[in-house]
Design a protein around this ligand. Structure first.
Ligand code: NAI
Ligand code: MG
Length: 495
């Protein structure tokens, strides 16, 4: 058994340059590789195998073989092994937390360690659901037994992002495995090594070939995976643009997809709201500790005009008290942006705001002064006001630590602004009045609506958006059944 290695530099060196296919670490068939950045220093922290169609071919072939044997096991046997995966991951929380912190720049205490522990929990949760893979009986006639049974779809292709790489991978891999499928994952270029480590650990428990992982560029490695004829289901989390490409690939083969895309999630703070609680909710909801790199980030905060100025003051004071610094330092609340691309993207939107007359850009907290971090991708969190909902910064997903505060006068106006976006992922409403809360729940157009709180995705809750935010739900029993099984209708004529 592999023992936890809490030195992320040493672990990254061990894992550098490999895919994991058929139970073994292997380099890319082309021999190509690419650097993985430590965004806190600007130096490489390791390198990854640059996969292409040839690697996809070997991985899918191995998964197809393994899937047939796996599907023949009883559901409970599969579930027990997946739950065991979760218990193994629990022993590696510190290790995985440190590795993802080094690789992605997310602060260890507030983000990375938390991700590693919810990762373990997702495997335990789905492992326990194996005996829920039930069909139904249908009262068709008296001489037959008529029923539906659930079957695995086969080999699942999973393309994942870098913001919560291990957990978002788990929400795909764990239910897919429990339902009797094999999986080939394509990790994100920015965070391949933490996901490779998870796969390596789980391959100590799972049969070879069942869970393979490839690293590489989107079009060169993810493209052939999505297009592969033996990939019977594609599950993707990432940008709207790539989501459309994936959906087209699935349309060519007529296979089902799940797409978790972006958001521009509104937080509606009514005039009667508990303001302190709403400020707490904005800090959590905006994921300031993750530099706002979240698809559900509360990036549009609509505040009743009577509370607008005070809200900005209190929120700025809270964010000012947070410490930006070395992601691996326990005292750090906020680490770095993940990559130079994302860093430039945030700078682009801030420039757009700066060019706007009347825009008020409140930059919070302070950049680190440690010379070791001078090339780090640090950004001060921004609370932006004085722009309308029509502004580009309020309509497009920034995926950085920038939230826009917009005042409103009436409930109707607030709901109109909240729904006036191409996205529909998450929304919250803050009020002490039950009937306003209930109206908001009904009228906010989003896949995940909360009242007076802003908690993150939980494994048991269906999660996913409408409109450009995607197709289908993840997490929960329902989505395991819906997205990782086929239903077969069976009539046994006994007349
Ligand atoms: P992306 O959508 O390009 O990347 C996500 C994954 O898709 C990565 O594994 C990437 O390699 C893969 N990919 C890219 N092009 C592909 C293709 N043609 N075929 C198959 N796979 C492909 O997102 P990126 O470039 O990392 O970030 C851009 C923006 O996307 C962010 O600023 C943010 O707005 C959004 N995003 C949303 C996420 C979410 O959680 N919904 C996560 C990451 C990014
Ligand atoms: Mg991209």
């Amino acid at each position: 058994m592999l023992v936890p290695n809490i030195d992320p530099h040493a672990l990254a060196a061990e894992l550098s340059g490999y895919h994991l296919i058929d139970g073994a670490l292997v380099p890319a068939s082309s021999g190509e590789r690419f650097n993985v950045l430590n965004p806190a220093t600007g130096d490489p922290m390791g390198y990854a195998a640059a996969g292409d169609a040839a690697d996809v071919e070997v991985a899918v072939e191995s998964a197809s073989r393994a899937q047939k044997v796996w599907a023949a096991k009883t559901a409970r046997e599969r579930g027990k092994l997946v739950a065991e995966c979760g218990r193994l991951l629990e022993q590696h929380v510190e290790e995985l937390g440190r590795l993802v912190a080094l690789e992605s720049g997310k602060a260890l205490r507030t983000e990375s360690r938390v991700e590693a522990s919810v990762l373990a929990d997702a495997f335990i949760y789905f492992g326990g659901l194996a005996s829920e893979l039930k069909g139904e009986t249908i009262p068709y006639n008296n001489t037959s037994m008529t029923m539906t049974v659930r079957e695995p779809v086969g080999v699942v292709g999973a393309i994942i992002p870098w913001n919560v790489p291990m957990y978002l991978m788990a929400l795909k891999v764990a239910p897919a495995l429990v339902a009797g499928n094999a999986v080939v994952v394509k990790s994100a270029e920015e965070a391949p090594l933490c996901c490779l480590r998870v796969c390596q650990l789980l391959n100590q428990i799972l049969p070879p070939g069942l869970f393979n992982i490839l690293s590489g560029d989107g079009p060169t490695c993810g493209g052939p995976l999505a297009a592969h004829k033996d990939i019977a289901k594609i599950t993707f989390t990432g940008s709207v643009e790539t989501g459309r490409i994936i959906h087209r690939a699935a349309a060519e083969k007529l296979v089902p997809v799940t797409l978790e895309l972006g958001g521009k999630s509104p937080m509606v703070i009514m005039g009667d709201a508990d303001l302190e609680r709403a400020v707490d909710g904005a800090v959590t909801g905006m994921r300031f500790t993750r530099q706002g790199q979240s698809c559900t980030a509360a990036s549009r905060i609509l505040v009743h005009r009577s509370l607008h100025d005070e809200f900005i003051e209190r929120l700025s004071a809270r964010v000012d008290a947070m410490r930006i610094g070395d992601p691996l330092d326990e005292a750090t609340d906020i680490g770095t942006i993940v990559s130079p691309n994302q860093f430039e993207r945030v700078a682009y939107y801030l420039e757009k705001a700066r060019e706007t007359a009347g825009a008020n850009i409140r930059e919070c907290s302070a950049l680190p002064t440690d010379p070791k971090l001078s090339k780090g991708l640090f950004v001060r969190p921004v609370i932006l006001s004085g722009v309308t909902n029509q502004h580009q910064v309020c309509q497009e997903e920034i995926f950085g630590p920038v939230t826009c505060v917009i005042p409103f006068d009436t409930y109707e106006e607030a709901i109109h602004i909240a729904n006036d976006t191409e996205y529909a992922l998450a929304a919250t409403i803050w009020t002490r009045d039950l009937s306003t809360a209930m109206r908001g729940v009904n009228e906010l157009h989003a896949g995940f609506v909360q009242v007076n709180q802003n908690v993150v995705v939980q494994p048991m809750l269906p999660y996913g958006g409408f409109k450009s935010s995607g197709i289908g739900k993840e997490a929960s029993l329902d989505s395991m059944l819906e997205h990782f099984t086929h239903r077969k209708t069976v009539i046994i004529n006994m007349g």
